[in-house]
Design a protein around this ligand. Structure first.
Ligand SMILES: [Zn+2]
Length: 345
C-alpha cells in the first residue's frame, strides 16, 4: 500500500484563510470585529481536494495521504495563546471533515496551539497544546501530530526538545501512541525564508539536539519524524558522528530506533543519498504535496514533489521499497495501521 506520509491542506476553502485574517486584524486593532469562521459546505471541501491533492495522489498511484493543516500558517509566534487555540481548533476541524468525507484517502495529523502564555515557555506552557493533541486524537481520530520545535518563529527562544520543559508533550504522545512530526512554521525575519531555510534548518537543529542530549532514554517508545529528508542530516552524517564522538555521546545510529526521515527531497541525487545513509526501515515516502515546491523540473519533466518517481529509481529490494512506500508509515503511525486494518487493508 502506498502512503504519502506528508500532506498539508494548502487548498482549504477561502473561509478558513478569512477567519485567520480576521483573527490577525483583531489582534492588530481590538476594535475590529471578532473572527468567525463562515460555514463551509461538504461540497466545497470535496471540490478543494478533488481538484488538487486527491486528484494528484490518484494520478501518481498513491492510496492514502497523512493530511495536516498548512504548516507555514500555524504561526505560533503570533503572541496570543487564545488566538492560537482557536486557530488550531478551526484548522484541525476542517482537516477532520475532509478525513471523514474520504476515510480511505486521508488520515489527520494535528496542528497544535503552541503559542506560549506570557510569550515564553514556563510552567503550564504546554497545557493548551496537550489539550488540543488529546482532542485531535481521541475526538477527531487523528493519527499523528506536527510539533513545532521553535514556536518563536526563527528566534529559537524555546529550550531544546530534549529539555524537561517538553516532557509533558512527549508523555502525551507516548500515552496516545502518536508520532510527532518535527515541523516549524513561519519566520519573524525576511532573512530566513520559511520553506527554503527555516524548515531545513529546524530539521537539522532538532537532530543535533537529539545527538547532544538524551530524550529516548526517558521516552524509549517515543517516535519523531524529521521531514524534508532530515534537512542537512543525511548529507552531513559524518559530521554528526564525529561531533557525537567528540561530545562523548552515542553514535547517532542509535537514534534510529526512534527517529524517522521522510522523502520530501525534490531531486534524484538527494533521494539516492538519503537511502544510502539512512536505513530503508527509517524512511517514509512523502511528497508534501501541495506544498513548498510546485510545478515540474524543466530538465526532466518530472514534478518536483513527485518523489515516488525518484524512489522507483533507487536500487533497493522490493521488500525495502514496500516498507518505504507504506509499511514503515503503518509501523510509525499505529493508529493509522489500526484504521487501515478496520478497513480491511
Ligand atoms: Zn510540511
Amino acid at each position: 500500500m502506498i502512503i504519502d506520509s506528508h500532506g498539508h491542506y494548502t487548498t482549504a476553502p477561502g473561509q478558513l484563510d478569512a477567519f485567520r485574517t480576521a483573527q490577525l486584524a483583531r489582534l492588530a486593532d481590538p476594535s475590529a470585529p471578532p473572527a468567525v469562521l463562515a460555514a463551509i459546505s461538504d461540497d466545497e471541501l470535496r471540490a478543494s481536494v478533488e481538484a488538487n491533492q486527491l486528484r494528484i495522489m490518484r494520478e501518481r498511484g498513491g492510496e492514502l495521504m497523512l493530511f495536516a493543516p498548512k504548516a507555514s500558517a500555524m504561526g505560533h509566534h503570533v503572541p496570543d495563546p487564545d488566538v492560537a487555540r482557536a486557530w488550531a481548533e478551526a484548522s484541525n476541524d476542517v482537516v477532520a471533515r475532509v478525513t471523514a468525507l474520504y476515510p480511505e484517502s486521508f488520515a489527520g495529523v494535528a496542528q497544535l496551539p503552541q503559542t506560549p502564555p506570557d510569550g515564553a515557555p514556563g510552567p503550564g506552557w504546554l497545557d493548551a497544546t496537550i489539550a488540543e493533541l488529546r482532542r485531535s486524537v481521541t475526538e477527531l481520530g487523528f493519527v499523528g501530530v506536527l510539533v513545532n520545535p521553535d514556536p518563536s518563529g526563527s528566534r529559537w527562544t524555546a529550550p531544546a526538545v530534549t529539555d524537561e520543559a517538553w516532557s509533558p508533550l512527549w508523555e502525551a504522545c507516548v500515552e496516545l501512541d502518536v508520532p510527532a512530526v518535527v515541523h516549524v512554521s513561519g519566520t519573524c525575519t525576511t532573512a530566513v525564508h520559511p520553506l527554503g531555510a527555516h524548515y531545513l534548518n529546524a530539521d537539522t537543529t532538532v537532530f543535533m539536539q537529539l545527538v547532544e542530549n538524551d530524550l529516548f532514554t526517558r521516552f524509549p517508545t517515543l517516535r519523531l519524524v524529521i521531514p524534508h529528508g532530515g534537512g542537512a542530516v543525511p548529507y552531513h552524517w559524518g559530521r554528526f558522528r564525529g561531533l557525537a564522538a567528540r561530545l562523548g555521546r552515542p553514535d547517532p545510529a542509535e537514534l534510529l530506533r526512534n527517529v524517522f526521515f521522510d522523502t520530501c527531497v525534490y531531486h534524484q541525487p538527494g533521494i539516492d543519498l538519503l537511502l544510502r545513509v539512512v536505513p530503508a526501515e527509517n524512511v517514509l515516502f512523502a511528497s508534501e504535496m501541495l506544498g513548498a515546491v510546485r510545478g515540474a523540473d524543466p530538465d526532466s519533466g518530472v514534478d518536483w514533489d513527485d518523489t515516488k518517481v525518484y524512489l522507483e529509481r533507487v536500487d533497493m529490494s522490493d521488500e525495502q521499497r514496500d516498507a518505504v512506500m507504506g509499511g514503515n508509515a503503518r509501523r510509525v503511525y499505529p493508529r493509522l495501521d489500526a484504521r487501515l486494518r478496520e478497513q480491511g487493508r
